[in-house]
Design a protein around this ligand. Structure first.
Ligand code: AMP
Ligand code: MN
Ligand code: MN
Ligand code: MN
Length: 302
């Protein structure tokens, strides 16, 4: 069969080197969208999505850069959701990044971050860490998206901890001085924004939550009831054992599998773009459902 007779679905399968989860300076990554596109391409990624937290302002840049490099692209976002007393991340893929209700929903989700950051700084000041808000701001690329990661970078720079994960452990997780409860988007709202903008929703890094089995069952069944079709199985946030466990979960609930490094920074991230194990051949990848939403570089379209 010649290349010209291939239909798009034939071009992606479970062995596609898809990396559908990473962050740029538009949220809490350290690289610009263009640099991420180049890194993804250099690392052999063949289908890419930038998924900044609660923000799609980097999407056009990522899309343009990817297509210029001959790299197929899916739009992406990682929405912060509150569910059963925890923060759950829902990745949206393949949506129209100009869709107004989606943009409004994300804007509302970002809305409380500045106030939260000021409260975090107040908590840190109580244990003797001064001017953390100003310190974190130095690392922020998007003023609407100050995150715990920016505080963590500042605390390492200021010598309070030796690395980012120590900062989270000692200062930025529940019960610690810099942690502030926050109300994020509701699951059903996040799902509606993504789906009505033409995209598909994926539960991000399910092994990262500390749900009981009953709570996890509630998350997955509510997600499916709201139209959710995907779950991350192979991600930089999962061990091999986690990937094996969520392979079974995906099969049990007939969910499609996703794959993404969750890359944030060359200095901080364990897993680089494109450096992930393959999905099990027993799984159906979410990118096959999204084939009509993939932006193909001009050369691949002939
Ligand atoms: P926020 O949205 O401000 O609550 O920040 C969440 C971000 O913090 C996540 O997307 C990760 O990038 C980062 N993060 C959360 N927990 C950890 C951890 N234990 N170690 C390193 N980074 C973390
Ligand atoms: Mn992050
Ligand atoms: Mn996440
Ligand atoms: Mn992420």
């Amino acid at each position: 069969m010649s290349t010209s007779t291939l239909t798009f679905p034939d071009r992606v399968n479970h062995l596609t080197n898809a990396d559908l989860h990473c962050h740029s300076k538009v949220s809490d990554g350290t690289l610009e969208p263009e640099a991420l596109a180049a890194r993804a391409k250099a690392n052999g990624v063949t289908l890419w999505a930038l998924t900044d937290h609660d923000e799609v302002a980097g999407q056009q840049r990522a899309l343009d850069a990817a297509l210029a490099l001959g790299l197929p692209y899916l739009t992406g976002v990682e929405v912060s959701v509150s569910f059963a007393g925890q923060v759950v991340h829902i990745v949206g893929l393949g949506f129209d990044h100009h869709n107004e209700p989606l943009l409004a929903g994300l804007r509302a989700t970002r809305g409380g971050r500045e106030q939260r950051a000021r409260e975090m700084a107040a908590g840190l000041a109580q244990v003797g860490i001064k001017d953390a808000y100003e310190g974190a701001l130095k690392y922020v690329g998007n003023p609407e998206l100050i995150s715990r990661t920016h505080f963590a970078r500042f605390l390492v720079e200021a010598g309070h901890c030796s690395d980012i994960s120590e900062v989270f452990r000692r200062y930025l997780t529940e019960g610690k001085p810099g942690y502030v409860e926050h109300r994020w988007a509701r699951l059903g709202d996040a799902m509606r924004w993504i789906l009505e903008a033409g995209g598909q929703a994926v539960i991000a890094h399910p092994a990262r939550y500390s749900f009981t089995p009953t709570e996890e069952y509630a998350l997955i069944t509510e997600f499916i009831a709201h139209g959710g079709r995907g779950i991350e199985v192979v991600t930089g946030s999962h061990s091999d054992a986690d990937a094996a466990k969520y392979t079974e979960t995906a099969l049990e609930f007939a969910l499609l599998a996703s794959r993404g490094s969750d890359f944030h920074s060359p200095e901080e991230s364990r897993t680089d773009l494109g450096q992930l194990k393959d999905l099990s051949g027993r799984l159906s990848p979410i990118w096959q459902l999204l084939d009509t939403r993939i932006h193909w570089p001009p050369a691949a379209r002939q």
